[in-house]
Design a protein around this ligand. Sequence first.
Ligand code: AMP
Length: 423
Amino acid sequence: MKFEDLNLDPSLLKAVADQNYTEPTAIQAQAIPLILKNNDVLGTAQTGTGKTAAFALPILHHLVNEKTHNNGRKKIRALIVTPTRELAIQIAENFTDYSKYNGIKNTVIFGGVKQMKQVKRLEAGVDVLVATPGRLLDLMGQGYISLKDVGYFVLDEADRMLDMGFIHDIKKLLEKLPKQRQSLFFSATLPDSILKLSNTILHNPKKVAVHQVSTTAETIQQSIYYTNKHDKNDLLLHILKDKKIEQILLFSRTKRGADKIVKRLSKQNIKAAAIHGDKSQPQRQKALQSFKNYDIRVLVATDIAARGIDIDKLTYVLNYDIPNEPETYVHRIGRCGRAGEDGVSLSICEPEENVYARDIEKLIKKQIKEVKGHPFPQTDKPMNAKEKKEFEKEKNRKKQEFFANRKKKRNAAGGNNNRNNRR
Ligand code: AMP
């Protein structure tokens, strides 16, 4: 199938050609015709499948072809709500790319930065608004945004939205949306809670689906280094000696871990930056931009921060730890080898995590290739599933004991204070 077969407005075909897209991706081929026919759509698709263009192109087609009164400023006719700031920025960038030849205007709003610039752009008038839920409700509350002209509504990454606790915001938002509208709902997974939410938003939806979470892109070569906990850092430096790895997106389970990795790499003169929830929005944007500009070689990210990051032609992803949720592994490695590009995923696995690696292999239904003959092989005893369970139980017990003791000590100190106070 070609983009020309989709009956999109010529201004959009020209913009798509500028992006060098040769043919629609699977989700685009399925969703675009349905959205052009004004259907509500329930889409199961992850970032990296070309999902954004799958909704942006047909929405823009509708907007271009709608008769609008050209007197007065533009009104928000399409609203896209997405959970993370990074994703919001990328979606807006895509809208800008695709509206190059038709004058449809968009803007993006998200929290963590001052609102003044965002308000100014809204006041100038836009056709498309891309937003994260918190800032959207905030600016609506302050009277800067009216949704009464919204004819197209997209809820993106619905599962992540619920994970991040946005359900109440979404419900509030739905009350303010016009009943007469076309709605599109995208989620990487469709558990019951998500289906329930989709039922409150969509009207007779058509379903489209690509890439169940258990499938990993065929274009990604996956390999795993088994090592010891205390050798992980040296192994990372060994891996980075490979000059072929121009850039790499590295995943760390924790924010603290991410900062530590950046520090250690910087000591070895390897340029790196971290992107995670404790970084301010300008810091995150700066890190992402320096990565895109090739000013840094390693971008270290936690899972939530990395979700939705779209970096053109990202070839390498590295798991500095093995996630205990196998689906997280699939999400992580989905950051490379996007839309038909080649991708390489490397994983570092310490003995404790061997069982997680097995869980992942079960989910993706293939064995991850082991890198043999590297200088830091696993020598510490790996745990089997039962031992791992015991280990986790013991770790939790110790943690609870620690907190209980701390509480006791605090109470004792507080008790003394109280006694002192009473005196
Ligand atoms: P998304 O899933 O929307 O985040 O898109 C992932 C990446 O694929 C982005 O870099 C898009 O620019 C790119 N992309 C989208 N559609 C196509 C296409 N039809 N052909 C090639 N690349 C595409």
